[in-house]
Design a protein around this ligand. Structure first.
Ligand SMILES: Cc1ncc(COP(=O)(O)O)c(C=O)c1O
Length: 481
């Protein structure tokens, strides 16, 4: 037998083995809850017609589906999302303003006045909080600003610094810089960035982070860190770092963009002060859809009654809007802000019901899966499987990349970040795309690959590695090797 057909045989065996793992997977059924784009879809430059029969038949054929490993950037669309959105649109069409408060027989949707509270109930177990500690609202960067506006109280002669990672997502960096300037402070003297002196890949250890906190403890008011680092995929020890910061009287805000819906979180028990997230990645709510925030119950109490003469003394001040006002007086239109207790008291505006409907549709699927524990169990297996397949590639392939995500599964979520040799990113990405693989690139040299346990399969991992090998071969050819 020729070596080419040997390779073909091995490739088929690998796929068959992966298919067997998929058949045994107790969570395999959630894949059918999602619209998985076909290879033809992702190559097309025309607006897809989801109603056409041919297209829906194609969609259901496994071999026609693309390999979508990009849930770390944008989660796929649950099939129930268009259904729920259409129900929302029907409510609006038939009821107008009454949709706010009139329950409808046969409708799975809450009245619009209750939609934010119901979405908070659904998201609370995903972040490990009481429903009253979470609010579904605004967007991630806006929520980081809102949290800092409430809890960052710099004292230039004492605690005024904010610590963040040196390679923070730019929006977090901008938010911190501009908060400092907003308070009349100079980022050069009030912003501290965490480097990772012992890691060439910018993967600081818990010890590295604690060292920076210790060095600046006396002058630091706030620590802003990611639950999972967007570039490297590193999962930080939220519990331990929070406890250490608290010993130094530092308020900690967690950016959970890449952690929410990816790894189980216990924000209440870990004593996190506050956190914010977006919902378009592992939570599959759609591009730019509504975010959320967590405020630990100890920071969101309202201790004075609305009738007190100085109500502003009974709660932490914040940048407020009417939707954060106590529900009983929200519609009396009195100009006296009195927040509802809990995270809901940080809301500004009446939320987009379109967004909340979309998010809640996806959270229904999390419910079907049994929540974060079984999802994490599958995710650990999927990502380890992908890692093993990458480690088993040909030596000439392996010489062209390195995984920079920690190999310890406790220090990562679904994502593996693959650092390519210089100059390969363009050709690797174009080969992947041409062969129906969607991953994402982070310049200069990283591709991020995230098998999401709700809709990815073991077979996706095998197919990805096979195409990745071809992409590296194209890279070698382009280099004239
Ligand atoms: C870690 C992190 N922080 C902040 C943001 C910004 O999010 P948004 O545009 O929803 O404010 C993102 C977006 O991907 C992110 O990954």
């Amino acid at each position: 037998m020729s070596s080419a057909s040997d390779a073909g045989g091995t490739a088929q065996q690998a796929r068959a083995q992966a298919q067997a793992l998929d058949q045994e997977d107790p969570l395999a059924f959630t894949r059918s809850e999602f619209n998985i784009p076909t290879v033809a879809d992702i190559a097309s430059t025309r607006l897809a017609d989801p109603g056409s029969k041919g297209s829906s038949e194609m969609r259901e054929s496994e071999s026609a589906k693309c390999i979508y490993l990009c849930g770390n950037s944008l989660g796929l669309q649950p099939k129930r999302t268009p259904t729920r959105i259409n129900q929302y649109l029907s409510t609006w069409a038939a009821q107008g303003v009454q949709g706010h408060f009139k329950p409808l027989e046969g409708s799975p949707l809450p009245t619009w006045l209750d939609a934010d509270a119901q979405a908070a109930e659904l998201i609370a177990p995903i972040v490990g909080a009481a429903p009253s500690e979470v609010a579904v609202m605004q967007t991630l960067t806006a929520n980081l600003h809102l949290l800092m506006s409430a809890f960052y109280r710099p004292d230039i002669n004492g605690k005024h610094k904010i610590i963040l990672e040196s390679k923070a997502f730019p929006s977090d960096h901008f938010a911190v810089e501009t908060q400092l300037r907003h308070h009349g402070l100079n980022p050069k003297t009030s912003m501290v960035t965490i480097e990772s002196p012992f890691s060439q890949d910018n993967v600081p250890s818990t010890y590295d982070i604690m060292s920076v906190i210790s060095t600046h403890a006396a002058t630091t008011a706030l620590l802003l860190l990611p639950g999972i680092q967007y570039y490297t995929g590193q999962l930080l020890d939220i519990n331990v770092i929070t406890a250490f910061a608290h010993k130094h009287d530092i308020f900690v805000i967690w950016d959970l963009a890449h952690a929410v819906g990816n790894v189980p979180l216990s924000l209440h028990d870990w004593n996190a002060d506050a956190a914010a997230w977006c919902s378009y990645k592992y939570l599959n709510s759609g591009p730019g859809s509504i975010g959320g925030l967590f405020v630990h119950e100890r920071h969101s109490q309202v201790t004075k009654a609305v009738t007190d003469t100085k109500p502003e003394e009974g709660y932490t001040n914040r940048l407020a809007g009417w939707w954060g006002n106590d529900k009983s007086s929200r519609f009396t239109m009195a100009n006296k802000f009195h927040p509802v207790a809990g995270a809901a008291g940080f809301q500004l505006s009446n939320p987009s019901i379109l967004d909340i409907t979309s998010l809640s549709a996806s959270l229904e699927v999390f419910g079907l899966a049994g929540g974060m524990q079984p999802l994490r169990k599958k995710s650990l297996r999927l990502t380890a499987y992908l890692e093993t397949l990458l480690a088993g590639m040909k030596e000439e392939d392996k010489a062209m990349f390195r995984i920079i995500t920690p190999s310890d599964p406790r220090q990562r979520g679904a994502q593996l970040s693959i650092l390519l040799a210089d100059g390969l990113l363009g050709i690797v990405m174009s080969t992947l795309e041409a062969r129906g693989v969607i991953a994402d690139e982070r310049k200069p040299d990283v591709i991020r690959v995230a098998p999401a346990p709700l809709y990815n399969t073991f077979e996706d991992c095998v197919r990805f590695v096979q195409v990745f090998s071809l992409a590296l071969e194209s890279g070698r050819r382009a280099r004239g090797e």
